[in-house]
Design a protein around this ligand. Structure first.
Ligand code: GRF
Length: 216
């Protein structure tokens, strides 16, 4: 039993790489059916090609409306047999129609401890706010920006001399550990949704600062 993933990217694709690496293990319960980018120059496309994963570029400038663009995405994802959509640095807002249609089958990675610091330019805003801890969140996607039930979080201390670049590097490292964990939990059907909150079987209330990938 292996869950087919569709991964949506716009850029560097380091989270995509983390999922490629995870899926290369025969014991990982998911496989990547397709990678879609809205940006022809996304480096992640090269990562996918190197791993022999089918890719598609769907340029948003070629569509008259967000709904038309999202319909094309849905057509490609369904054609590839995708069961779970993973947003990995996909720099587009998806329409409510699309998100509702794929409810609880789209997840996203965000570089903060949601619901704090939604949106863009996260690390600069974290530093400006003077908070002592940041981190990453993997969550189910809802139509409101950067919202939805949280699956996994991991905490990163903010050092007094962190810059957006140094903080980003530390947070990315945890994203790469957390994203495969979230995919595994879903693929193994260990997540039970209770309206807008969830319970993870066999984990209870996880201590997110102590995530040990081997324990999932
Ligand atoms: C990550 O920081 C992710 O949290 C955010 O966009 C960035 C994507 O990085 N949504 P990459 O393309 O996976 O390297």
């Amino acid at each position: 039993m292996s869950v087919a993933l569709g991964i949506l990217i716009s850029g560097h694709g380091s989270n995509l790489q983390a999922l490629i690496d995870a899926c290369s293990d025969d014991n990982f319960p998911a496989n990547i059916a397709i990678v879609i980018s809205n940006n022809f120059n996304a480096y992640g496309l090269k990562r996918a090609a190197k791993a022999n994963i089918p890719t598609k570029v769907v340029n948003h400038n070629c569509f008259g409306s967000r709904e038309q663009y999202d319909d094309k995405l849905a057509e490609i994802l369904e054609g590839a047999g995708v069961e779970l959509i993973c947003l990995a640095g996909f720099m587009r807002i998806l329409s409510k129609t699309f998100v509702d249609r794929w409810k609880n089958r789209i997840i996203n990675v965000h570089p903060s401890l949601l619901p704090a610091f939604k949106g863009l330019n996260v690390h600069q805003r974290v530093i400006d706010a003077g908070v002592r801890f940041s981190g990453c969140t993997i969550h189910y996607v809802r139509s409101e920006l950067d919202s939805g039930p949280i699956i996994v979080q991991s905490v990163v201390p903010v050092a007094f001399n962190d810059t957006p670049d140094t903080l980003s590097a530390k947070v990315l490292e945890t994203e790469h550990r957390c994203y495969p964990i979230a995919v595994r939990l879903i693929a193994e059907r260990r997540i039970n949704m209770h309206e807008e909150s969830l319970v993870i079987e066999g984990v209870g209330i996880p201590d997110h600062t102590m995530i040990n990938p081997n324990s999932f």
